[in-house]
Design a protein around this ligand. Structure first.
Ligand SMILES: Cc1ncc(COP(=O)(O)O)c(C=O)c1O
Length: 292
């Protein structure tokens, strides 16, 4: 195996020497970010897919080199090309789909996490990070369930896995694989609900139309009565912050209907839960605490 250029094969990011090794590389990255943003000159790269493809091929050639050219050359070339070709949500003229402009402090914190590489699958690999994770999970759960006896949470990869976990827990509470769990959701629910049902071998969710953008409690009431398998354990999926419009289902009213008709609510707050961080908007997802 050829040795990478510049004798850099064994430089490590963490440890006593890490910051000294990283600092010049971080400078190279920051310079490349600045140059790439200037090359782009706007929220999107000019020229469309063909031009982006051409520039990336030029910067990444050869993609898997026989000999390295050293970290500064690699970082300078690739970071500049990636920045030139980025859709940059931090540009004031950018309206992002869903991805947010990262705060500078978060990006700096990511650097520390990358350098330390805490592996949270066991305490001995990340003692302090495990302690911080446990505290953070509890603090977040307390935001949602301030009056709960011992609120707690866990980290998932995102909304898709959270919805899958909710359906898995509901399936197990209903008797496990093959249980007759009924799932009811609105047409405004994220598609991961349907995928999770398929993945877990559950019947496809009953999807109620949401012409106003939110799930109607009266429509839910009727559906719970009239849909087949009325005696089956039922999970009702509400959404706090829909993917397309950010609408919030009437969570309290929906939870009341669930209580009345012995159904269990699940609230997908992948998008809307962050409202709880705001002193001004924290009342918007009222009823979030009604989901178990
Ligand atoms: C309401 C809602 N639920 C779930 C998801 C899926 O989240 P992720 O992409 O983190 O898996 C999204 C993503 O946009 C969402 O808007």
């Amino acid at each position: 195996m050829p040795v990478p250029a510049s004798g850099t094969a064994h430089l490590l990011a963490g440890g006593h020497g890490g910051p000294g090794v990283l600092r010049p590389m971080v400078d190279t990255v920051l310079d490349a970010l600045a140059h790439g943003a200037a090359d782009r000159g706007g929220p999107l790269p000019a020229g469309g897919p063909a031009a982006v493809d051409r520039r990336i091929r030029g910067a990444a050639r050869p993609l898997i080199p026989d000999e390295g050219e050293g970290p500064h050359h690699a970082l300078r070339t690739l970071v500049r090309a990636l920045t030139h070709g980025a859709a940059d949500p931090a540009d004031p003229r950018c309206t992002a789909h869903l991805h947010c402009p990262p705060l500078a402090v978060a990006t700096a914190a990511d650097l520390a996490v990358s350098a330390l590489n805490p592996s949270l699958d066991s305490w001995d690999q990340a003692p302090a990070a495990c302690a911080l994770e446990a505290l953070t999970c509890r603090a977040l759960a307390e935001l949602v369930h301030p009056d709960g006896p011992a609120p707690d949470a866990l980290v998932t990869t995102g909304g898709t896995e959270s919805n899958q976990l909710a359906l898995l827990l509901a399936r197990e509470a209903a008797g496990g694989i093959g249980s007759p769990l009924r799932i009811i959701c609105g047409g405004n629910a994220h598609h991961s609900i349907h995928r999770a049902a398929w993945f877990l071998g559950l019947p496809a969710p009953h999807t109620l139309p949401t012409p106003t953008g939110v799930l109607d409690p009266a429509a839910l009431h009727t559906a719970l009565d009239r849909l087949p398998d009325a005696d089956a354990p039922t999970l009702v999926v509400a959404t706090a912050g829909t993917t397309d419009t950010g609408a919030i289902d009437p969570l309290t009213e929906l939870a009341d209907v669930c209580d009345h008709q012995a159904a269990t609510p699940h609230i997908d707050a992948a998008y809307g839960v962050v409202l709880l961080f705001s002193d001004i908007l924290n009342k918007m997802p009222q009823g979030l605490d009604r989901a178990p």
